[in-house]
Every structure is written in C-alpha cells, then in structure tokens.
Design a protein around this ligand. Structure first.
Ligand code: ZN
Ligand code: ZN
Length: 331
C-alpha cells in the first residue's frame, strides 16, 4: 500500500459524520447531552445557520452517529465504547479509545518519558499499594501522589541519607536512564492537573485522584493483565481488579460484601436494579446480609470515623499512614 491509502469509509459517510468524529476524537468522551449539543451545532452549521434544537436530537440518532463513527475508525484499531460513570450518578459516557492501549501509548505523544514513568508509579500506588484486601481504596490523595514522585530506588537511597552526591552520579549512569530521576513535587502537581484536564484522572471533593470512566475503558485489558493474577480462581481468589456483580464492569467506586473474605462487589449505580430482582438483600455468593456500608473507593477511607470530623489534612494523613501499613502487612 502506498502513501495514498486511506481507510475505507462507511456507506453514507457525510461531512456531518466527519465533523462529529473529529469533535469526538478531540474531546475523548461524550455524554448523550453533549452529543445532542454537538450534533445540533454541526447540523445547524451544515444547513447554513438554521437553528436546530439540541433536544430534538434523539438517542437513536445519536447512536447512529456513534455507530458510523465506530465503523470509520475500526480499521485503524480504534474503538468507541460506553460505560456508566460509577461516581457521578451513573450517567452513560461514550469514549473514543485505542483498545490495545497501555499508559505509555496513551500518554507518550503528549507527555515526557519521565511523566509517563510517573503515571505508571501512580497506577501502581492506586492498584497495589492502596488496594489491599482490607482497604480497596483504588485512589490516592495528593500526599500519596507526591510520595511516588521518584522511582522506588531513588526514594530508598534518599532514606539512606546520601541523596545529593548520589543523584549526580546516577544522572551520568545507565541506571538513571533506566529508572529515570522522577519528578519534582511541583511537576507532579502540574501533571496531576493536566491529567484531570485531559480526562484521564478524576479529582474528588475530598481530594482523591482516581481513574475516569474513559481511562477505565481504555486501560481495561492492561489493568487486568498488569494487576490480576492470571492463574487465580476467578470466583474465589481476591484480585486487585474486581468486577461488578450486576454489570460486570470494573469497580473502583462502589460497595463490597460485609464478609471480608468474600469477593462480591457492586456499583452504587447498579444496586437498585440488582436488588429489585432479588427476594432478599443478601450477598448472592455467601448470603451475608448486604448492608451497603462497606466500600470500594475513597469511601474506604472517608467513611471511617475521624475523616469527616473537620480534622482535615491531619486526619487524612493518619488514614493514609494506616492504609499504607495495611498495604505493607499484605505484602
Ligand atoms: Zn455495575
Ligand atoms: Zn459475600
């Protein structure tokens, strides 16, 4: 194939389809309401400025545009998937994704290698350090995000108290090239804000960073391959990445069975529908009454006594230290 090769376009692909796909790619995600506004604006423009009311765009129409966009990008190994937002009331979100993606391919065009390496450490903190059988937080606060600003080897040598000399030597050496020097705290903070602005990270009112629906869709396969044991018994063994009993999607914010060793998890947004079809509010696996007061996500920390009592940062630090100790226990 020469330079002229272009992906085949779906039948009936119009300028409106093209403009819709371009806008979707630029944004990364769309809700139905955003899709209505976008399509109304594109169609109004293509019809010479006649006003089209966003509310007149139906879900069917929106989904037709999504389907055509998906047909257009599939030959290029992209996909459009949708999921519901676990945290914000379950609104459905469509995302333009690279299905074979890992954090490096996602971020390497817009971020430096040091930043990409930091994001991997941040994900390890979310899904390993702060995600243990006792505390499935899967989110980090700012202090925890700053604690992984440098690679582990560097942090250890800092702890040994010989950091400055050591740093200069390492910068020259191959070890530095392999592990990287890490980021300054100010660089971490500005990277975190840009990852929030780019739609990769969510920042909660309590200051916890977690993955957005878009990141979860994009990194689904990578997260499972990276953090779960492939030879574990899917039903019985605790795994780092867990799925909702109702919708089968990843749970990073939701509820867990009151029996500490049980692996059943449920999104808040899925529970109404789930219990409606059952005679009793009991865990479908171990039959423990489901009280909905054991959490996955930041509430594993914030629901603990002390966090909400206005002790602010100090309380949060205590909880963080506790979560860290729990993490160390599990290793
Ligand atoms: Zn669910
Ligand atoms: Zn259970």
């Amino acid at each position: 194939m020469g330079d002229e090769w272009e992906p085949p376009l779906p039948a009936g692909y119009s300028d409106v389809n093209r403009a819709f796909l371009q806008a979707f790619m630029a944004r990364g995600t769309l809700t139905f309401r955003e899709g209505q506004r976008l399509l109304a604006a594109i169609q109004s423009a293509s019809e010479g400025g006649s006003h089209i009311d966003p509310a007149s765009i139906t879900m069917d129409e929106f989904q037709n545009f999504i389907r055509t966009a998906r047909d257009a990008v599939e030959p290029l190994d992209f996909d459009i998937r949708n999921t519901r937002d676990q945290i914000r009331g379950g609104e459905r979100v469509w995302a333009f994704i690279n299905a074979h993606s890992d954090p490096a391919t996602q971020l390497s065009t817009t971020h430096t290698p040091e930043e990409v390496a930091y994001v991997k450490r941040l994900l390890d903190a979310m899904f390993e350090q702060y995600n243990t059988p006792r505390m499935e937080v899967m989110a980090v606060d700012e202090g925890q995000a700053l604690r992984v600003s440098r690679p582990a080897a560097r942090r250890e040598s800092n702890m040994n108290g010989n950091d400055n000399d050591d740093e200069e030597h390492q910068e020259d050496g191959a070890a530095a090239a392999a592990t990287g020097r890490g980021l300054k705290h100010s660089e971490v903070l500005s990277l975190l804000s840009s990852l929030v602005a780019e739609g990769w990270l969510d920042k909660s009112l309590n200051g916890f960073y977690s993955l957005t629906p878009r990141s979860l869709m994009e990194l689904w396969s990578w997260l499972v391959a990276t953090y779960n044991e492939s030879d574990a018994d899917a039903d019985d063994d605790w795994q780092r990445i867990k799925f909702c009993e109702a919708c089968k999607e990843i749970v990073t914010y939701g509820q867990r069975c009151n029996e500490p060793n049980c692996t059943i998890r449920l999104h808040d947004i899925c529970e109404d529908g789930f219990w409606r079809t059952r005679p009793e509010r009991k865990c479908p696996k171990c039959s423990t009454p489901w009280e909905g007061n054991h959490y996955v996500g930041e509430r594993a920390v914030t629901s603990r006594s002390g966090f909400q009592r206005g002790r602010g940062r100090r309380a949060r630090r205590t909880e963080a230290a506790e979560a860290e100790e729990n993490g160390a226990d599990e290793e």
